[in-house]
Design a protein around this ligand. Structure first.
Ligand code: BTN
Length: 255
């Protein structure tokens, strides 16, 4: 693998607004680091980027496979309170997929509600938003993980995960800067839901039969819309509509 190394100043030169950037060759998890970092450095907007993670995680603490050099492992700290996690996660997904489409225009990249990035029905990335409230105030830690050109996945991931490219000399700095630019340009207004028309167009979950699992309960129906809060509207076989919020979902299966 000859990917161009992550370089802080290259990213700094390509982003539209100045934010603090920290880079690491290897870290346990950029989200874990972010949560520790903000305790001593409150009220700062910071992007944390690693070349590899040894304990990357996703929703419900599921492992996020994060091998050296072939992915994007990014966390953004913002001093703010998330009032609508559904809108934040969908906006961050849209920002990420838009940046990826710019860099890989040939690829069939889509969003799976609520937090997955897909290529040809397999997962290429995910979003994890965490709200941290302590005596220093409220901070958002937003994690974005993407398999850019990971070649070998562990056996258990081979049927569900894939990478975006087989090109082995991707400049991840450009892609990361594009993600940050997309995210920060949408952040000031995301709570209005202004991005939702774009989200719906790229959302592969809509008009499909889906099975929503929440702990021990399950609901199957047709995904008919994403509402103004970023929630999924599911219509069951009796034509009853259910509003599914992000916090109420353990797993979404496209049938
Ligand atoms: C998911 O698919 O459930 C979300 C995956 C989020 C993974 C990213 S990688 C960067 C950041 N650090 C982590 O440990 N997790 C997020």
């Amino acid at each position: 693998m000859t990917n161009i190394p992550i370089n802080r100043s290259t990213i700094e030169n390509k982003i539209d607004q100045p934010i603090k950037i920290l880079t690491f060759k290897k870290i346990n998890s950029t989200n874990t680091f972010a949560k520790e970092y903000l305790l001593d450095h409150p009220n700062q907007t910071v992007a944390i980027i690693a070349d590899a993670q040894t304990a990357g995680y996703g929703r419900f603490k599921r492992d996020f496979y994060s091998p050296q050099q072939t992915g994007i492992y990014l966390s953004i700290i913002i001093p703010t309170t998330i009032t609508n996690p559904g809108l934040l996660t969908t906006m961050a997904g849209l920002a990420s997929i838009t940046a990826l489409k710019k860099n890989f225009p040939e690829e069939n990249l889509k969003l799976k509600w609520i937090n997955d990035l897909l290529l040809n029905n397999k997962k290429v990335g995910g979003i994890l938003a965490e709200n941290i409230n302590n005596s220093n105030g409220n901070h958002l830690v937003l994690g974005i993980g993407i398999n850019l050109n990971t070649a070998d996945f562990p056996k258990e991931l081979q049927t569900i995960a894939t990478s975006i490219s087989s090109n082995d000399s991707i400049d991840r700095n450009i892609v990361i800067a594009d993600i940050l630019n997309q995210f920060f340009s949408r952040f000031p207004t995301y709570q209005t839901g202004d991005f939702l028309p774009e989200y719906r167009k790229l959302c592969d979950t809509l008009n499909k039969t889906v099975r929503i699992v929440n702990g021990n309960t399950e609901l199957t129906g047709t995904a008919v819309d994403i509402n103004s809060n970023g929630a999924l509207i599911l219509e069951d076989t009796k034509k009853l509509r259910h509003i599914i919020n992000s916090g109420e979902v353990t797993k979404v299966f496209l049938k």
